[in-house]
Design a protein around this ligand. Structure first.
Ligand code: AMP
Ligand code: MG
Length: 473
């Protein structure tokens, strides 16, 4: 069984990409293969473990049917316009058609320089590759739309990062596509309406087949992003670098650079070392998403008919993000406290709990999970405020049919905690993959309490707290 390719992006005009083969590497070694995802794509995992397949996963040679390319895109990075970004260290091998007909991009990240590399070396090292592997697969298991990780390989090369030699690595990444808000911006900035029209048709066919024209597409993306950001918020997830080039039009989470799940709750939490203004703090994510969607709207307005009408329709779409997101937020946070059909009247109850969590820096994941088994109070240094809230909460729950089941499906026991991810990376670089495999196996079933895995649910001790995360690594 081999992968079946059908490369629709490569059939778009040449200005959408640069044809680019991955760079050859000295000594490809498979570090980890995602057997379930391989099967999902229609591949026999054993076939992907052969020398030939491990070779092309690292950049040596190509699988039959691949047409490698680096995609062109632009974007706003931290609000600043950059007219040309593009895949500077990633190569799209092509699109795999799964046995059920589903289409997936297969991309190698860390595959060497491309015409879009600017000053970069086009490479990745094992730490961030395994970090993306673990966090993206954890997100998938949590039920969040996301790019996936098919394989991690080392190249046999070393690369320089932070003044140290690091083992070079490549991540084989799978996505429903890698098309971003920044892909639209690239062509809009060049006033290339023909390319924009082709891109609209391409994205509608791939991701939003029910959408009609550019206006329908905009609305579908707004809706998909409102759902996605609602999910992120409900898990305490901080993306960390929500630039327009890191926002997909499919509604999948992409680009796990400086991302992190919160331990102690505070709405202003930021981890990314380069986000000094806190632009991408947890609580800012919905506003930033709306801002990014406004940039997409600007690109699409020229395709939406008469200008005044188009501007009005695009504005209405972007403004609808707020209501859609708030509905998603209420549904998700309502479920976290056991409410199957929360209404606006429940907002105060949710907000009051979160205000108390903020005041005391309660662990986000364990507080909500603790509502299930009665251990939530233990997350508060002074439980008096929580206990008072708990009385009001129990009263509200008395009219619910099965709040335990609702909470069990909304409150994971396990998230990829930063300090555990760091432990995993350190061990992997030293050649010990056992923390990786243990973390992955627990994170496959994040909503099930797993005896023996209690340590992976603990918040970090003060000396284990990860202060900053890094991107572009
Ligand atoms: P990111 O912040 O990871 O989304 O990346 C922003 C831009 O920088 C994209 O165009 C990337 O392809 C590019 N880039 C990031 N790291 C590298 C690298 N090591 N070499 C070349 N380009 C890179
Ligand atoms: Mg990116």
């Amino acid at each position: 069984m081999t992968l079946h390719f059908d490369n629709s992006y490569a059939r778009l005009p040449g200005r959408f990409y640069a044809r680019q083969a991955p760079a050859a590497v000295p000594a490809p070694t498979l570090v980890v293969l995602n057997d379930d995802l391989a099967r999902r794509l229609g591949a026999d995992p054993a076939a992907l473990r052969t020398g030939e397949a491990v070779g092309w996963l690292a950049g040596n040679g190509l699988p039959e049917g691949a047409e490698p390319l680096a995609q062109a895109y632009a974007g706003h990075q931290f609000g600043g316009w950059v007219p040309q970004l593009g895949d500077g260290r990633a190569v799209l091998l092509g699109e795999v058609i799964a046995p059920d007909g589903a289409r997936f991009d297969l991309q190698l990240k860390g595959a060497g320089q491309t015409p879009f590399s600017r000053q970069g070396d086009g490479r990745a090292w094992l730490g961030p590759v395994l970090r993306e592997y673990v966090v993206s697969e954890a997100m998938a298991a949590l039920g969040v739309p996301t790019t996936r990780a098919l394989a991690a390989v080392t190249t046999g090369d070393t690369i320089w990062r932070d003044g140290q030699r690091r083992p070079g690595a490549v991540l084989a990444r799978v996505a429903s596509s890698h098309i971003r808000v920044g892909t639209f911006q690239y062509f809009a900035a060049r006033r290339d309406l023909e390319a924009l029209r082709l891109l609209v048709d391409h994205v509608i066919a791939r991701h939003h087949p029910e959408a009609e024209g550019a206006a329908g597409l905009l609305d579908a993306v707004v809706s998909a992003q409102a759902r996605l950001i609602g999910q992120w918020m409900s898990l305490g997830f901080i993306h960390g670098v929500m630039n327009t080039d890191n926002m997909t039009v499919s509604g999948e989470t992409i680009d796990y650079g400086p991302c992190a799940f919160m331990d102690a709750f505070h709405p202003n939490t930021v981890y990314s070392s380069i986000d000094r203004q806190g632009r991408y703090a947890w609580s800012n994510q919905p506003q930033i998403a709306a801002w990014n969607l406004a940039q997409l709207a600007m690109c699409l307005i020229p395709l939406m008919g008469e200008e005044a009408v188009a501007i009005e329709a695009a504005t209405a779409s972007v403004h609808s993000f707020k209501d859609r997101y708030e509905a998603e937020w209420l549904k998700r946070f309502g479920a976290k406290i056991g409410l199957a059909a929360p209404t606006g009247a429940d907002l105060t109850l949710i907000d009051d709990l979160m205000a108390e969590m903020t005041r005391q820096g309660a662990d986000f994941t364990n507080t909500f999970r603790g509502l299930l088994d009665g251990t939530a109070a233990g997350n508060f240094g002074d439980p008096a405020g929580f206990d008072a809230w708990s009385g009001r909460w129990r009263e509200r729950l008395s009219s619910e049919a099965d709040p335990q089941a609702v909470m069990a499906a909304a409150n994971p026991a396990y998230i990829p905690r930063n300090h555990q991810v760091e432990v995993m990376i350190e061990a992997a670089v030293a050649g010990d993959m056992s923390p990786f495999h243990r973390l992955m196996s627990v994170l496959q079933r994040p909503y099930d309490s797993q005896p023996g895995a209690e340590d992976l649910a603990l918040p970090p001790r003060p000396d284990q707290v990860v202060q900053a995360t890094f991107c572009g690594t």
